[in-house]
Design a protein around this ligand. Sequence first.
Ligand code: IMP
Ligand code: MG
Length: 178
Amino acid sequence: MKLHEDIDQVLIPSAKLRARIRALGRRITRDYTGRDIHLITILRGGLFFLTDLARAIDLPLSLDCLGISSYAGQAQGTVRITKDLDDSIRGRHVLVVEDIIDTGLTLAYIRRNLLVREPASLGICTLLDRPYRRIVDIRVDYVGFEIPDAFVVGFGLDWRGRYRNLPYIATLNPELYR
Ligand code: IMP
Ligand code: MG
């Protein structure tokens, strides 16, 4: 059984992801020129996007990871830190790198948590976005793609821990959810 056999539809093929991430990297490079940029990704979904985005930014940068418990579809709003940052962000230009923003609840929590630590600035960059699903209003500085209201996997995004290593964004065969 191969992983791709569980896929229903490929929404964003890998060439399109790569091209978009390169474009985001160019924009971030332009916007942050003259500042030291500190990328913070949210484990584990943001990892794949982070590594590609970091390599598309032509500036000196550092990075760190924040681990949180994800809600996996239900019980939204309760976010728990499972792995804190290693480095202080005080006085640094932080850019949060997320896989997907849906209700915005997760990111609103993270944003509040990070602002208390007094960064010089706090930007938000997400690969995928469903703006029409927002419960809390949140300003997002960089968006890769707006996507329709279907559960997606791949490029870091999982279903029950699987499918993160697919090199594209896809929907799963509905038979799997039964
Ligand atoms: P929010 O708090 O509703 O914005 O949820 C965002 C988080 O939910 C993301 O960081 C993901 O971990 C997870 N999530 C939301 N939609 C999907 C999806 O379609 N596939 C996989 N994970 C998702
Ligand atoms: Mg996530």
